[in-house]
Write a protein that binds this ligand. Structure first.
Ligand code: ATP
Ligand code: MG
Length: 340
């Protein structure tokens, strides 16, 4: 009688992924792409996204250093709506990597990030937090608004930021270390870190620009994200809102540039604001029958109407709002109404 060989319990390790060199159109930098099917959690690609080579180069160095040394966390710093979050997501979309994104704020706790005990079918189970899931699944962790972090959470992030750091899950039963996947990477974004904080620190309430130095010290790569150059911004917005008139868009971008360079009008002018403004201006209005009325190209006042509901009405200072209305009037040559 044949003797049955003893069943060897297979050791389950992390899923391994295959990677191939990859490059973005027109960007001469080697990235890596995870081959095979689209992985769950990979962001959708935005075909209108404009990549800047210097940013991609630094990103590649932080993520897949070509000296085969350790990777390093990467911080993207810059004004609101300049494209920090979307940059990480769009590279992930091209490289087929899931992104686990969370916004740090005063309510974020160590348990949210690492995990906590919960109940399931009458027993206690460990429910992993977003950091643990990203680390174990080999995803990219995106910590938005890093300076919203509280001191205890900042300290708990130290080992997460070290490529070989051991992260203890105190709430797991029994407590254990995170099984760190080799493909795990970490990115952070912020408005007020680095040289930018000198000007910006008072505009971003709820953030703490005096971030723990030891936390920053563990982040070996910093990308300063400024607004796109006018031609690139034109290309990006036109691709998102193809119905916007090219001349209208060019004037909108002039308005944005004027605000960005102004000492009198605070609050900045983000690419996000431009996209929304162009979208409203291009869409016209809809009547009760569902008929869409396109704006009258002979009368540019619709540009101002779109700006009012899009961003003018939420400006904090009426003086600055009136100054911005004046910039828009001049740029679009919109006459002052008689009753003003
Ligand atoms: N390079 C770009 N190409 C195309 N679209 C862009 C680019 N940069 C920014 N955008 C668009 O601008 C908007 C804002 O971008 P995003 O959310 O990434 O900004 P952010 O810097 O993370 O802003 P915040 O500081 O407010 O979090 C998005 O709709 C994004 O698609
Ligand atoms: Mg963001």
């Amino acid at each position: 009688m044949a003797v049955k060989p003893p069943t060897v319990k297979k050791k389950t390790g992390p899923v391994t992924y295959n990677w191939k060199d990859h490059a973005l159109d027109g960007v001469d930098v080697r990235l890596r792409r995870c081959t095979g099917k689209k992985r769950p959690g990979v962001p959708a690609a935005d075909p209108s996204y404009v990549f800047r080579e210097n940013m991609v180069r630094e990103f590649a160095w932080a993520t897949w250093p070509h000296d085969d040394g350790p990777w390093t966390p990467c911080l993207l710093s810059g004004p609101k709506g300049s494209g920090k979050t979307s940059f990480v997501e769009q590279i992930a979309a091209r490289c087929n990597v899931p992104v686990f994104r969370t916004n740090l704020n005063v309510g974020t706790t160590v348990r949210h990030l690492k995990g906590r005990q919960g109940a399931e079918a009458g027993r206690t189970v460990f429910i992993p937090g977003i950091v643990t899931m990203a680390m174990e699944q080999g995803a990219w962790l995106l910590l938005d608004e890093l300076s919203g972090v509280t001191p205890p959470v900042a300290l708990s992030l130290f080992p997460v930021l070290e490529p070989d750091g051991k992260v203890l899950l105190e709430d797991a039963q029994p407590p254990r270390y995170v099984r760190r996947h080799p493909d795990f990477r970490i990115f952070c974004t912020d408005n007020t870190i680095g040289a930018a904080q000198e000007e910006a620190r008072f505009s971003y309430t709820g953030t703490n620009p005096d971030l723990n130095e030891a936390l920053l010290d563990r982040i070996g790569s910093l990308i300063e994200v400024g607004y796109l150059e006018p031609e690139l911004e034109h290309k990006a917005v036109a691709a998102k809102i193809p119905t916007i008139e090219a001349t209208d868009l060019a004037c909108m971008i002039n308005v944005a540039s004027a605000v960005r360079g102004s000492d009198e009008i605070g609050g900045g002018f983000s690419t996000r604001m431009l996209v929304e403004w162009a979208r409203r201006a291009a869409s016209g209005s809809i009547d009760a029958r569902g008929v869409i009325h396109r704006p009258d190209p002979e009368d540019d006042s619709y540009i101002l109407d779109a700006a009012r509901s899009g961003f003018l009405n939420k400006m904090k200072s009426t003086v600055e709002r009136d100054a911005l209305i004046e910039v828009i009037r001049r740029e679009f040559d919109i006459a002052m109404p008689h009753n003003q």
